[in-house]
Structures are given as C-alpha cells and as structure tokens.
Design a protein around this ligand. Structure first.
Ligand SMILES: [Zn+2]
Length: 573
C-alpha cells in the first residue's frame, strides 16, 4: 500500500468526546469514524486490524474443531418467545416490525437461532458433539454507549455454541474452548487473565471471563497473590475465617442508645465514636417474595449475586420501606437483628465479632454491646460480601488483590437452559430422548482491538503487537524529492510486497517529522527510514516502534533481517 493513495485521515487533535485513550487513538489514527451514537464505521486501517483479529479467532476455532457458519442478523420474535427472552430482554433488544406487522429483532446474540437450527437437524447422539460458530455483527441498544467500539451498540462478535449428549462431553467442549481462547489472546499479543465468573444456577466453575489487564478497564478482577485463583468481583469468594462462629467473648451489658436521625454507618460512627468495623449492618432483602435479614460488618458490603446464589432464588431485591416496617417494626435506617421477624443469615465477617453496634428496630435508637447467641440467633454463616483487597484467597488463604481489566471474551456453560425451553432433544444410545447440553462462547472483535490499544501505547500513539498490526512495516523515505532515496524506498517496497510482507510506503511529499509522527500514531511495529546519511554507507535505519531502538542494516541484508524479525514476533511466546 502507498500512503499517498490510502484513505487514512490522521489528526493531531484529541477528540473532545472520547473519554478513553483507545477511543481517542482509534479516531486520531484514522481507524474509525462515528456514524451515530454507539455505531461506527471502520476505515481501511481499522478494518485491517479487525480482519487480523478475526483470522486468528477463526484459525483457533477451526483448530479446536468448531465449524463456521453464518446466521441472520434479523431474527423472528417467535423464537425469542419460545425461549422466554422476548419479554425478559428489555430495551437492549432492538425490535422491529416488517411490512406485514410481524415482530423481529436485530440479534444481540444467537442462542435462539442456533438452538432452533440444531433442534431441527440433529436427531441422535451419533451426531453429537457439535460446535458451531460465526463471526457476525450484533446489535445491543445500550442505554449509554461510550468508549468508542469498546461499548458500542453495533459490534462484531465471534459467538460459538456447543451441543453435547452428556455432562462429561459438555465439560470437554468447555475446556476445548477455554484452551482455544488462551491461544487466541496470546496470539493477539495481549496480557490477559481468565477469571471465574458467576454462572448463575448452573454451579461450579463453568463460566470464565477473559480479561485484558489495563488500568482503564471497566471491570474489577480479583486475583490471589500466591496461587492462580482469579475471579471477577461479582464471583470472587473469600475463605471462611478460622475459629468458631460463636466463640466466647466477654459480653458487656446490652445498652440502647438514643440516636436521633442517625442512620448511615458514617453517622453512627461519628455519633457513637466507633469504627465501621464495630458495627453490624442489617440489610433486609426480598428473595422470591420472602424477606430475609442479611448481617454484614459495617465496613463490608453485601454481594447480591452471592446472596442470590446462596438463597437459590430467581428474584432478589432490597426491601421497600413498607416491608422494612413490617419486618423490623421501624422505619428505614434502624434495622437490627434483635426481635426481627425474618430469617437471619450472616456473612463470614461476623465470625469472631462481639459487643457490636446494631440498629434497635426502633426509630432513632441503636443498640451497643449486641452479641450473637445471647441477644439473637443466626440461621447460617456464608460468604456473602464483596471481596476487598487484603481479603483471603478461598483456595490457599493468602492475600487477594484487585486489578482493573477489560472483558474481551467469555466462555459459559449454558446447560439445558435453551434446550429445555426450546425443546432441543436427541435420542441417546440407551434409546431415551434427552435434552442437549449447551455451552456458549463469545469474543468481542472490535473490543479486542481496542483493549490492545489500552494496553499497548505511549504518548505518541498506538504500539501494535505484530500479529494484529494493520501493517508490519512502514518504509519512510525522509525526502521523496530526492531521487536516490525515492528509488531505494521503492525497490525495498516492491521487494517486501513480493515476499508477502504487509508493508506501507510513505511516499507523501511531507516533512520527515510529519511522517515519523504519523507512523508512531498508527503504531506500525517496524519503521524503515531511508535517509541520505545512512544510504551513503549503503544502509537504512530499522526502528522498533515498541522499544524505540534503531539499528543500521545494510541494503543487502535488510530483507532477511525484517522477515526474521516479523517471524519471531508472530510466533506465540
Ligand atoms: Zn490463593
């Protein structure tokens, strides 16, 4: 490609509406342009990166035995009614009507379409397992699209769906995809971590998110400082502390204190001169219509996902004022465990606590020196809180740390959720009709490219890893009007093209400084500078975008030197 002919509109200005660096750089490097909120066009440079990511994904999916197909973006409402998601999905589902007034949606995902297809075509266990994938455009009507292609409404995604005859097969399919994802993100040159994610009522560690580590990441991930345990914040567990739940403490006499209009933890701390760790919060939740009181130490917060899983309920919400009044006998802000009319469960953080402060279930009153066993009973202790840095690892007991990340992929065991609701059955070897066991596996294509930029960049622009760089090499003659320089650059360019190197020749009539700036901005891994001084010695300068190191290489050896460097950087480390 010749730069002078390429549609590559770079800009110096930082776009004012781009909050994160990857969005800014993708705009500045001429990779994307916005059409409407959360809807983007990929320009030629950006699309080259997308194709690179797609090809790596495709190669690894094929290697893992998955087969590529292509499903429609427009999906009939009937399928979504079968699965029950037409009503459940909410406003993110973009619904449209055709000329006959029939309902359709623009697919945000394809479980319904693939399940209907496989249900109709697969009859016996002999046709299983089956893993089908596509790389396709999705639409989710995000309420607040932002961060460019990182959180857009229209986006490219690889989605795979596995169908198995039994649990053991489903686990094998899951593991295959997990391993394929490790290879994919490694090949993309990313630093990432697979983290355990919540799998709802399926149980076990059957959901992992692949998180690219980046300080700008939207998601928090918890990881152990000693073993390889890692989970997202929603799923992250803590170990049960040692010691018995009701160990003996010296009970101080219970005391009711007048705390006029003191409701929050901060207010209670200031008023009673105690620390948040001396307080026990009583949170009233309603799970599937039944109230439950959840106790957690004042400096901790309840993790609603863990609580929902613990209770095994479908719906869970914080109680409204009337329920609080009914259960505690007092308005919001003074709930406590003593005399409460609901089941009480407690987070592990209460283990070992004594003489703590609680609400009095009476307006404007709190209780000091409350104690478990003497003053109230707890039904059960469980891990119910949001993990914080310094909490202890559920596997090895060492400290946990929290880092930021960007989710680029997700592997998920669906079980029989869709095969049951959509009646996808097969005839097993024992002659019985059974439901297929499914898994689904997604990768955000544009998001992977954007995450790479978040992770790999500097003040001058993007630093593409070789495997997904839009071009591998840029040739920069410092002065295109110097015939000798132009000729050498042209010869080099033709030689690389012949050899299959992805090369762009900056043949623009611009100052060298402008060309260098653009080369750095668009992040090409290797720049070959053709200048008069080096050329007098029969050499060109080869510069690494990543390290900034410059090496003078003779014209005779530069082709071998470059192809070797590229090969090295393409292989999986
Ligand atoms: Zn650990």
């Amino acid at each position: 490609m010749r730069y002078s002919e390429m549609f590559l509109p770079t800009t110096k200005e930082i776009p004012s509406d781009a909050e994160i660096v990857s969005h800014q750089l993708m705009l500045r490097a001429g990779m994307i342009r916005k059409l409407a909120g959360g809807i983007y066009t990929y320009l030629p440079l950006g699309y080259r990166v997308i194709k690179k990511v797609e090809n790596i994904v495709r190669e690894e999916m094929n290697r893992a035995g998955a087969q590529e197909l292509f499903m429609p973006a427009v999906q009939p409402a009937e399928l979504w009614m079968e699965s029950g998601r037409w009503n459940m999905y909410g406003k993110e589902l973009l619904r449209v009507k055709d000329r006959h007034n029939r309902d359709y949606c623009i697919g945000p995902t394809h479980e319904e379409v693939i399940t209907a297809l496989v249900r109709d075509e697969i009859q016996t266990y002999r046709q299983l397992p089956m893993n089908l994938y596509q790389i396709q455009t999705k639409f989710r009507d995000e309420i607040r699209p932002r961060f460019g292609v990182m959180r857009s409404r229209e986006f490219g995604m690889k989605d795979a769906y596995s169908f198995d005859a039994d649990e053991a097969g489903a686990e094998k399919s899951y593991r295959k995809m997990f391993d394929a994802y490790i290879r994919i993100f490694r090949r993309c040159g990313l630093h990432f971590r697979p983290v355990e994610a919540d799998s709802g009522n399926i149980g076990g560690s059957f959901s992992h998110e692949f998180m690219v580590t980046a300080e700008s990441g939207e998601d928090a991930m918890v990881h152990c400082t000693s073993c390889d345990y890692a989970a997202n914040l929603e799923k992250a567990e803590v170990s049960r502390p040692e010691g018995k739940a009701d160990q003996a403490v010296d009970f101080s006499p219970i005391e009711e204190v007048h705390t006029p209009d003191i409701r929050t933890i901060e207010e209670v701390c200031a008023f009673l001169d105690v620390k948040p760790g001396d307080i026990v919060k009583t949170m009233i939740f309603v799970g599937d219509g039944k109230p439950v009181a959840v106790l957690v130490r004042g400096d901790e917060d309840v993790n609603e996902t863990k609580l929902r899983n613990y209770l095994g309920c479908d719906s869970l919400e914080l109680a409204m004022d009337d329920t609080i009044l009914e259960v505690t006998g007092s308005p919001r802000g003074f709930a406590g465990p003593i005399g409460i009319k609901s089941v009480i469960i407690a987070d592990y953080s209460l283990i070992g606590m004594g003489n703590f402060v609680v609400g009095a279930n009476r307006e404007n009153y709190h209780i000091k020196n409350c104690n478990i066993g003497r003053d109230f009973e707890i039904r059960n202790y469980a891990d119910l809180r949001i993990v914080k840095e310094g909490d202890l690892c559920p596997r090895c007991g060492k400290e946990l740390k929290i880092a930021r990340g960007i989710e680029v992929g997700h592997v998920f065991k669906l079980g029989m959720k869709y095969s049951k609701s959509m009646n996808a059955t097969f005839l097993d070897s024992d002659g019985k009709e059974k439901y297929m066991i499914m898994g689904c596996y997604g990768i955000g294509i544009g998001r992977t490219a954007a995450a790479c930029i978040e992770q790999s960049r500097d003040g001058d622009g993007i630093i593409w890893p070789m495997p997904i760089a839009p071009f591998q090499v840029i040739i920069t003659p410092v002065n295109i009007n110097d015939e000798n320089l132009a000729r050498v650059a042209e010869e080099l360019y033709k030689g690389f093209v012949e050899e299959g190197v992805e090369v762009i020749l900056d043949d623009r009539n611009e100052r060298a400084g402008v060309k260098f700036k653009d080369a750095d901005l668009i992040g090409i891994p290797i720049r070959i500078t053709v200048g008069a001084k080096s050329l007098a010695e029969g050499k060109v300068e080869v510069r690494s975008r990543k390290s900034g190191e410059v090496e003078k290489v003779s014209l005779e050896t530069v082709r071998d030197f470059i192809t070797k460097t590229i090969m090295e950087q393409l292989s999986i480390s």
